[in-house]
Design a protein around this ligand. Structure first.
Ligand SMILES: CC(=O)SCCNC(=O)CCNC(=O)[C@H](O)C(C)(C)COP(=O)(O)OP(=O)(O)OC[C@H]1O[C@@H](n2cnc3c(N)ncnc32)[C@H](O)[C@@H]1OP(=O)(O)O
Length: 487
């Protein structure tokens, strides 16, 4: 009875939020680029100003990650995302081609539904608000229930700043009673134009099957291949930094390491030197039981947890100073937990005979889980990088950088984003790092350049000109006739 009451309240709340968001969006659609940019800047500034408080709240509430890294994520989601879009034209006429007589006009999509994960709650709210508002859309958030408080606080902080900068009431809204039924209502509502879904696989699937256009992010599971020409100490450092950043909660983070047999010893030694601990077969089996839940999904008990916490959970004795746990693996599959996505400082370690075999292994891992997402290669051999780029089922092939920070565009020139499209192979409508450009439609105003007669003129004019291409004599006669006519 209580649950039913909660569902009803949630559904009622969502309907009101959407109604207000729709009205607010109509006002946003009337605003100039300057007015919109002023609101967007205020949101970015507020997110940046409150980055530490929000990072601590998210960490405390969810138990995921490290607040120190969440500060960096909030700074990235506000400052770096803002910088990437601040000069972007997103209102009114975008382009005018006087020669071809075509003009492009920005059209906001309308009300956006934003699903927020528990792994990156505050940063994802700041980021999604920025990209939605920049294109004159309003946004209604469905928070992951386990990160509700920090999501509500983030919305409050940015909403206040946005309103002071002229943002209409209701343009940035959040469900305070998140239930599955309420979220379902949000996703299926006729006045919601688009869903931006980041979160667990089930939620993303629900978004895709709602009937509303959706941009979702499938699971990551990116391998990192250390090719033999790579700078091994630097490659290992980048992987360690990436895998320990916020205790591995970002979906572009590395999930396995692949090496060639000839460089295995050097790579293993370097991992050990930098705080990697290789689990024995028994230890790996012991920890393996905690990686997935009985239903085959990632176990929140290990997600975003420190190595010490995970070792205690699995009753493992590990050396002090350990930063990442590694398990040697030779198999890939749904029932092989180390070959799956583990948003925690745990890595699978594969050894292959050649770079070609490593290439095939990476494809196998990605086809098992994470197709369309991201992978990393460390190599100084341009030719091998090119071969990798041609073959891998990923939307981002990162080279000589960290998966986590490279994938989101913090250490690469990719578009700064916390929602990473996985392309058709990953069930997503786009392979982009999602930016304002994915949240607006373009109305093309096209002037007529030709009349029907102009089209007819291009067709063969006389009967004798319709020739059989195989008939060389006929072709030569026709060309001679034309030349004589022109003399
Ligand atoms: C760029 C990036 O890095 S984005 C990274 C985003 N990726 C992820 O978040 C990884 C995928 N996430 C997950 O696998 C999981 O969320 C975990 C493992 C992190 C956490 O697991 P859990 O705490 O059990 O949360 P889970 O997502 O499964 O949801 C718990 C419950 O909340 C519900 N829920 C989740 N989101 C919402 C929502 N927006 N509204 C309403 N209910 C929700 C779920 O349906 C589930 O309900 P149930 O218990 O009745 O089945």
């Amino acid at each position: 009875m209580e649950a039913l009451d909660k569902d009803l309240r949630s559904i009622q709340e969502v309907r009101n939020l959407i109604k207000n968001a729709k009205e607010a969006q109509a006002k946003l659609a009337e605003m100039s680029q300057e007015q919109i940019d002023k609101i967007v800047k205020a949101i970015a500034d507020a997110g940046y100003e409150h980055r530490e408080k929000l990072a601590k709240m998210a960490n405390e509430e969810t138990g995921f990650g490290r607040w120190q890294d969440k500060i960096i994520k909030n700074a990235f989601a506000s400052k770096q995302v803002y910088e990437s879009m601040k000069d972007m034209k997103t209102v009114g006429v975008l382009k005018e081609d006087k020669v071809n007589k075509i003009m492009e006009v920005a059209v906001p999509v309308g009300v956006v539904a934003g699903l927020i994960p528990s792994t990156n709650p505050t940063s994802t709210v700041i980021y999604k608000t920025l990209i939605a508002l920049k294109t004159g859309n309003s946004i209604v958030f469905s928070p992951h229930p386990n990160a509700l408080k920090s999501i509500l606080e983030t919305v409050k902080v940015i909403n206040e700043a946005a309103k002071q900068a002229g943002c209409p009431d209701g343009a940035i809204a959040v469900m305070t009673v998140p239930t599955i039924q309420g979220t379902d209502q949000l996703m299926k509502h006729k006045d919601v134009a688009l869903i931006l879904a980041t979160g667990g696989t089930a939620m993303v699937k629900a978004a895709y099957s709602s009937g509303t256009p959706a941009i979702g992010v499938g699971p990551g599971n990116g391998p990192a291949f250390i090719e033999k020409s790579a700078n091994i100490p630097l490659s290992v450092k980048r992987i360690m930094d990436s895998k320990t950043f916020d205790n591995g909660t970002i979906c572009a983070s590395e999930q396995s390491v692949v090496v060639e047999a000839c460089s295995k010893d050097a790579v293993v030694a370097e991992f050990k030197k930098q705080g990697g601990y290789f689990l024995s077969t028994e230890e790996a089996a012991q920890l393996g039981k905690f990686i997935m839940r009985a239903n085959g999904t990632m176990n929140p008990q290990i997600v975003g947890k420190s190595v010490d916490h995970i070792a205690k959970l699995a009753n493992l004795q590990i050396p002090a100073g350990t930063r990442v746990l590694l398990a040697e693996e030779t198999r890939v599959g749904h029932n092989v937990p180390y070959s799956r996505e583990k948003l925690a400082p745990i890595l699978a370690f594969y050894t292959e005979d050649s770079w070609e075999a490593a290439c095939e292994r990476c494809i196998e891992i990605l086809n098992g889980e994470g197709a369309g997402h991201t992978m990393v290669i460390h190599s100084e051999n341009e030719e091998i990088v090119r071969q990798f780029a041609l073959k891998k089922p990923v939307s981002r092939l990162l080279v000589n950088t960290s998966g986590t920070l490279g994938g989101i565009g913090a250490t690469t020139a990719l578009v700064p984003a916390l929602t990473l499209g996985c392309g058709a192979v990953g069930g997503s409508s786009t392979s982009d790092n999602i930016s304002p450009l994915n949240l607006m439609n373009i109305r093309r105003v096209a002037y007529g350049l030709k009349e029907l007669e102009d089209l007819v003129e291009q067709a063969p004019q006389t009967k004798e000109e319709v020739i059989d291409p195989a008939n060389a004599e006929q072709l030569i006669n026709m060309i001679v006739k034309r030349i004589l006519a022109e003399m």
